[in-house]
Design a protein around this ligand. Sequence first.
Ligand code: GYE
Length: 315
Amino acid sequence: MKKALVLALLALSVAVLAGGAFAADKPLVVGFSQIGAESGWRTAETESVISAAKDLGIDLKFSDGQQKQENQIKAIRSFIAQGVDGILLAPVVETGWEPVLGEAKKANIPVILLDRGITVNDESLYVCKITSDFVFEGKEAAKWVIAETGGTANVVQLQGTPGASAATERQKGFEEGIKDAPGIKILESQTGDFTMELGKQVMEAFLKKYGKDINVVYAHNDDMGLGAIQAIKEAGFKPGEDIKIITVDATKAAFEAMVAGEMNAVVECNPLLGPLAFETLKKAIAGETLEKWIVQKDEVFTKDQAPSVIGDRKY
Ligand code: GYE
């Protein structure tokens, strides 16, 4: 009788232990506040995060902010209310995040910034950011323009979303890059909000205003550059020849445009951040100290390289 009781207790404690172990293995719950679906780049990033979550057995709560910060703030609040283990935030703009990130911090939920940066007084409001170096990208674009044109060109700039770090810093890098090239003139800069549609519209207006005086389009992303190509064609010019085009991202669509001779160069920006994002978040949850900025390395590709490289492109 006694022996049976001991065995029963033993069985019970084994079950409790197993239960405990099972609890520790329960899937990580992560909230991802995505900006929207404004570009091919962003679609590639969304797919990368969703498929990495699947591979790692992570329970992902996905929210599309439709390019609005207020939607992203709402999403983060709902992630906090649901008690997620961590949050990935792709911040549409740089400012205005203190209150909501303060709430996440109070709830002890680590936040990792994905693909764009923010400016906050208190850096402890987020664990780290995983982004490309946009100033570097802008400088690379400037270098290419100077080399390609021999240092004399009228440039129009299609800017990304106003207030987005990716836009501000790509502009800053470009301006720094042409500082010592007085022959490179920026005729005008306008935002195309990182979309093909607005990129086309803004380019139409530029063409009306400056016509043949435009030598180069510098677009802060591929989609706006692709929109500009359409506008240039409709205005009766040859994109890639009459007007040269350099963009940032290096998506498949841009490579196709380069192979067709309609785009001249791209500065890469890697959107395949899903696996690294979760690996980093797991470390943060485990209490590891991380670098504040995990920088992605990018390179420039030109039209001449495009045919041999396009097959290897992953996005
Ligand atoms: O370059 C652009 C997108 O934040 C780095 O956002 C990202 C940028 C990317 O819409 O295509």
